[in-house]
Design a protein around this ligand. Structure first.
Ligand code: MF3
Ligand code: CO
Ligand code: CO
Length: 268
């Protein structure tokens, strides 16, 4: 979501029983991302990928949360190459070497399941391959920092420090978010920060971690359609997103791939 200003708002503490609903929603989002993996190849349009996602979600009893959300017209966001996020699926045909993020959110039994992964049409360049690897590792370092008593600054710092060590940059204009019965709620989950700063994590908090990493500068701009965010310097951008719930000992990742398709190349 777009980053808001201060974050003095209340963070929902969910009951232990609520984890089951989030697990189901998260697993359906992840299964949707598994389903499209073999379809992502040169020649297919992003509109066709969106249709596959839409039909899969609906066939499994869910509503695509993005469809009509603040006027957004599709059931997924598909962001290719220098598109940072919120790319609108359509007539664009995938070409050899394109890297793309597919982001889906389901509403299942009232709970939101939000996840995204990177895909490659054909073979990536060496630079793209490194960007994808670092972005995935950054997400998982963020996830590993989630436990009661830690802060969101610890999470952001874990991500930012890895990304910048590789001389890539963390996008500042979009962040992760609280989630549950609502799509976007407090807190804002920044993908940069300092250890010990920010809200303290407590069992029962549900939020996404979804770092956007640019190969060049961090600045983005929004295109005329009002949604598509691109890198200002037209450098490549990558993103992975998981949804987590804070437990007594650490966290549960609700959006782990049932098929083990965590990052490309996907062996399907
Ligand atoms: N799924 C995105 C997220 O991770 C939000 C997309 S909202 C849309 O928060 F309207 F652009 F679809
Ligand atoms: Co999200
Ligand atoms: Co998402």
């Amino acid at each position: 979501m777009e980053q808001q200003g201060g974050d003095a708002r209340r963070i929902t503490i969910h009951a232990p029983a609520d984890f089951a609903g989030m697990r189901e929603a998260g697993q359906l989002a992840a299964a949707t991302l598994d389903m499209i993996a073999p379809h992502v190849r040169p020649g297919i349009t992003t509109g066709e990928l969106d249709r596959l996602c839409h039909d899969f979600m609906v066939a499994h009893g869910a509503v695509p949360a993005t469809l009509g959300y603040r006027g957004y017209p599709k059931s997924s966001c598909i962001s290719i190459n220098h598109v940072v996020c919120h790319g609108i699926p359509g007539e664009r045909v995938l070409a050899e070497g394109d890297i793309l993020n597919v982001d889906v959110t389901v509403i299942l039994n009232g709970w939101h399941g939000d996840s995204s992964r990177m895909y490659v049409a054909g073979q990536p360049s060496t630079k793209a391959r490194l960007l994808l690897d670092v972005t995935y590792q950054a997400l998982m370092r963020g996830v590993a920092a989630v436990k009661p008593g830690a802060t969101l600054g610890d999470v952001g710092h874990a991500i930012q420090s890895l990304v910048e060590r590789h001389r890539f940059s963390v996008v500042r204009d979009f962040c992760g978010h609280g989630i549950g019965r609502r799509f976007h709620e407090p807190p804002n989950v920044l993908h940069f920060g300092r250890p010990g700063e920010g809200p303290v994590l407590r069992p029962g908090m549900f939020f996404t971690i979804e770092p956007m990493v640019n190969a060049g500068r961090p600045e983005v701009k929004i295109l005329e359609d009002g949604w598509t965010a691109v890198t200002r310097d037209r450098s490549l951008s990558a993103q992975f997103e998981h949804m987590v719930g804070v437990t007594e000992t650490g966290c549960e990742v609700f959006t782990i791939s049932p098929a083990g398709l965590h990052h490309p190349p996907y062996k399907t």
